[in-house]
Design a protein around this ligand. Sequence first.
Ligand SMILES: Cc1ncc(COP(=O)(O)O)c(C=O)c1O
Length: 453
Amino acid sequence: MKISFSLFFTACALQSVSAFVPTARASMGSSLDATVAGLVPPMATKDLATADLYDSKVQKTYGRYPLTIESGEGCYLKTTDGKKYLDCVSGIATCALGHNNPALTKAVSDQMSSVHHCSNLYLIPEQAALAKWLCDNSGADKAFFCNSGAEANEAAIKCARRHASNRGITKPVIISAEASFHGRTLAALSATAQPKYHKGFGYDGQMVQGFDHCKYNDIATLEEAVVRATSDGKGLAAIMMEPLQGEGGIIPGDKAFFKKARELCDKHGALLICDEVQAGMGRTGTLWGHEHLDVVPDIFTSAKALGGGVPIGAMLAKGEAATTFGPGDHASTYGGNPLACAAGLAVANYMCEHNILDNVNARGEQLKKGLVALAAKYPSVLGDVRGLGLLRGVECIAEDTTAGELVGAAMQEGLLLVPAGSNVVRFVPPLIITEEELDLALERFEAAVKSKA
Ligand SMILES: Cc1ncc(COP(=O)(O)O)c(C=O)c1O
């Protein structure tokens, strides 16, 4: 049986190769042998001088720390020089279940050996099941899947524009907040009200049109922006906010502000969009950050922790927003493929079976208490402690030390952290972090702070 299968495979393979030979010769001007022999094979990763290759072959879009990651286990990452780091970054709020989680690994491996991609031309059970879980655990009616946070926000922006167009608005305005972060595609970047990210990407100095901004948590400037958005032939399409600003410096949303945003959207027939890319999937102690704010958005977006580190994004919508897109209006080749959705389902199952939200709340309080105590002990280095659940930040107020340098000092102590905004050190550990691991993180952070005091 085995032999006949391999004979069958060989025959098919030969047949398909011979079918391609004339095309390959015609288009590439060489024999198939020469073409194959001409390919340079990839290097084995163990032979890589990684830092040198980064300098010469990888575009410098990130400032990278000089750590070459070899493997991970739970809340730890191991580097090629054999050092182990306690990871309170988790791939920037992404590896919710930590590294090498057996349930996630098994789900992805099983899916890989079954079917990993087939396109959205067909029905994908894993996609439907993940959409149902997301809707069952939120106010959303339907999901659209994509691959990243920026894409999820791009989908939300397009949905809001189409929804406005259906209401006869030809100049739709989306209001977002100063210091927000919504991703790097052009529309998501235009929603991101941080001029430093816009530099050199405009057309005649302008980013994508149709965005206006207000101060986060400031009702007066929001109302002013709504007046601008509803005058001169324009119409309010949406108000788009993070329930807790992450990249902007760990700033939780204010209930009264979000209530007003909801009211203004209702008044003008516009959509309230919550960007849950960083705050969602349990990070703040509730499944969605907007639950802290007592509002139900028309649209919210998710990515990062949704796949536990396997790339997936989603735009969730309720009511009219859930049926605004029809066939052909929006799409993504990879979006919601079986592999990514199997990962999403593994994260969802794990969160349910292991009461992850309880852990986030308990560890979040422990982290808050620990940081507040350190801020009181080292008042020349640490300032305000902010955040919710396991999305916490502490201001670095030392005169001669930046948040980035404090993160560097923590790295020397074997602790990985990441800055947020201009002067905040952010803690976003895996949601499975234990009490002992968090105590160790605080101990190592104290050593770093002490070195800067
Ligand atoms: C709130 C928020 N929205 C969107 C994004 C962009 O997500 P991605 O990098 O997956 O495109 C991020 C990334 O940090 C984010 O924090």
